[in-house]
Design a protein around this ligand. Structure first.
Ligand code: DC
Length: 227
């Protein structure tokens, strides 16, 4: 039997990152965030002044730079660009926006497939993204799609975005509009839109605590492995 992969997909603010991290911890597996690759491409393009709508230039940039997912000394997934940690922040609102824009290009998505499938070879992992169950790991041992009402996702992300470190001067209304636009783009793009795989279990994360959700998923994964 090859390595075990649990695929977790969902929109930003759904809580999938916390769920994926905690589930990996409980299973004793690695946690892998594929959003790091899209953030890396988006932020690198901003850094190099490449037009985010220019698919050919973005593809060329990816072919000229090596983006890899690797583990730090505490076995956390990190991105390396040409073997080095990026010198720019991948988690600013600008980098998030850029990641979402580059992620809509089919050539960009195609170019990032090997880096996702080749991450942490031979190791069991819980992998998080938008198209894990549909495109990247269609044979995953278990697939979960984390779903919460839009209002709640927006509220959660507003809390994150309002940290003073963001230095954001934008108004609440603008932030809301940007979040909505990003979600709309991530879910309606033509290639690999964020949607549940046919065989994914939809997990409603609005009513339950993190521990309850993680316990539930843990038991489902354990059950599948013992069949
Ligand atoms: O998960 P995240 O917020 O770090 O992802 C950043 C962006 O990358 C998000 O707008 C959607 C995109 N993404 C994607 O299209 N496919 C993935 N597997 C992971 C992320």
């Amino acid at each position: 039997m090859g390595r075990q992969v649990v695929a977790i997909d969902g929109l930003a603010g759904s809580g999938k990152t916390s769920i994926a991290r905690e589930l990996a911890k409980k299973l004793g597996w690695l946690y892998c965030s594929t959003g790091l690759l899209y953030r890396g491409v988006g932020a690198l393009a901003l850094h190099k002044g490449i037009d985010l709508s220019d698919e050919d230039s973005l593809s060329k940039m990816i072919s000229e730079n090596t983006l890899t997912l690797t583990l730090d000394d505490q076995e956390r997934s990190v991105l390396l660009i040409n073997g080095e940690p990026p010198t720019f922040n991948l988690f600013t609102p600008e980098a998030s926006e850029a990641a979402s824009r580059v992620a809509a290009h089919p050539q960009v998505r195609l170019a990032l497939v090997p880096a996702q499938r080749d991450a942490f070879p031979g190791r069991d992992m819980v992998v998080e993204g938008r198209d894990m169950g549909t495109v990247i790991f269609p044979q995953a041992s278990a697939k979960f799609f984390i779903d919460v009402p839009e209002e709640l996702r927006i509220q959660r992300r507003m809390l994150q975005w309002k940290r003073p470190a963001d230095g954001s001067a934008t108004t609440e209304g603008q932030i809301k509009a940007e979040i909505k636009e990003r979600d709309e783009r991530d879910s309606s793009r033509l290639v690999a839109p964020t949607k549940p795989a046919d065989d994914a279990l939809i997990v409603n994360n609005a009513e339950k605590s993190l521990t309850e959700v993680v316990d539930e998923l843990y038991h489902l994964v354990a059950l599948r492995r013992s069949i």
